[in-house]
Design a protein around this ligand. Sequence first.
Ligand SMILES: Cc1cc2nc3c(=O)[nH]c(=O)nc-3n(C[C@H](O)[C@H](O)[C@H](O)COP(=O)(O)OP(=O)(O)OC[C@H]3O[C@@H](n4cnc5c(N)ncnc54)[C@H](O)[C@@H]3O)c2cc1C
Length: 500
Amino acid sequence: MVRETSVDVAVVGNGVLGLAVAVETARRAPGLRIAVIGPPGRAGAATAAAGAMLNCFGEVTRYTGWHPAAQAKFALARQALDRWPRWLEQLADDAGPPTGETALRSHVPGTFVVLGGGVGTIAADNFTALCRAVEEHGEPHDVIDPADVPGLAPAPQARPLRAVHLHREGCVDARAVLAALEAAARRHRVRMVPDTVSEVLVSADTVRGVRLADGSTLGAGAVVLAAGSRSSELTADVLPPGAVPPLLHGAGSALLTRRTRPGGARQAIRTPNRAAGCGLHLLPLLGTERQYLGATNFITCTRPDGPVVGAAEILIRSARQEIDQALAGSQLTAWMWGARPITLDGFPLIGSCPVAGLHFATGTYRDGFHCAPVIARHLAARLLGPGPADADWAWFTPYRAPIETMTVEQSLTETATHAAETAREHGLSLPFFLDDEPVATYVRDRAHRLFDRLGHPVALPPEILLLAFILAARGNDHPARWLADHLHAAHTHHAPAPDA
Ligand SMILES: Cc1cc2nc3c(=O)[nH]c(=O)nc-3n(C[C@H](O)[C@H](O)[C@H](O)COP(=O)(O)OP(=O)(O)OC[C@H]3O[C@@H](n4cnc5c(N)ncnc54)[C@H](O)[C@@H]3O)c2cc1C
């Protein structure tokens, strides 16, 4: 068989975003030659480790209303919430039996969000913001007694105080949907290339294709970068330094269990997002008593090697304590790990850039699975024409200075609060006269020292500042240098022209 050496669209990355973009584009333009390039094993991919919750309101935090960019991100997640049922049916049709059917059956509507008694003000504020948002937007929900949440069986001292049931938000089995996307892509004649891209080929400010790890090249009229948290590695030689916010790695661990005792979650049970990370969640999966338990979150600017034991310990301890004590007796059937693609400012990178034909579909952090159908629709429209003009999407244009949703001072204060609350949630207990002041003071001092080194301080999201640049940086100068270099380059690149 002669191997084709050029395609119309080369999608780099075979996670949920790359595949969703390829399938949506192929559906709209059946004659287009599309290739998806990515290693079949997907080691470290976020998609393969996701639950996945399909949450919009469940992801609301106290920061959602702080800035128009955060509101635009919320609007995107709302569109996805409306789109999922139809998108999944269409995917099932495209994939055909049995994969399409399995993905469809894995969808479980309904999510219980529970607020535990022992959590700090950040989780409590996030829960309040969530309740306000469902009221404001008329989202179907019930405020219920936590004792009535089926499958919720926490330790007595961790009984939740409040609970809300979100009717339309739910979960799917990410691995079943991924299999359906692959099947749909093949049926749409998308070429699957089981390799890794080593270079994006650009000349005269126009994308020409990609070079693969085996040394061969694949010409392409358009390239979509959907390589998850590794996408920045491919733009270093193609785009000016500082032009696009870089990607960090939000490492997350999760596990699959099989219950050995009756009970268990019948719909998704989750906490609100909490200090420095994501919410704890237990999801029912297809099959006898199968459950997904997620997830940890640790953000770094260098690629992590794999999961760490401490993450496993925290996940299991918190889940037993706050959600279901019977988890201890469940069988552990799989341990999963992946790196969420998160940008320096926490907002996604979606759309085109000044290199003609180069598009981004990444930076989705903790809800990229949920948002995939609308991001795919947007990208497909852009690949096939100018695409719709929409002010909300403009926030996520890849060529941008980091978006700041708060002042530098607020970022420092919030970061210190996240640190103190995280420490308390993980069992730190101090004499009454100390409160959590030492933790907050330590983090504030470190943050001030870091900011003193930055020529152009930027208000980073608290969890990024805390995890990637304060905690991960202990005894290691690289993160601070990395940040200073990037912010300097971004400042230089995006500074207004002198006569502007
Ligand atoms: C533990 C965990 C739980 C999560 N839970 C949820 C959830 O409940 N709901 C939700 O909406 N989201 C969730 N997320 C986030 C979600 O998984 C991500 O936002 C989303 O999957 C990102 O998809 P992606 O396709 O951009 O990236 P990825 O899934 O990381 O895929 C990128 C792909 O590109 C490939 N690749 C990398 N480099 C190259 C290269 N050079 N050439 C070719 N291919 C390359 C990789 O192998 C990988 O397969 C979770 C993430 C984690 C880690």
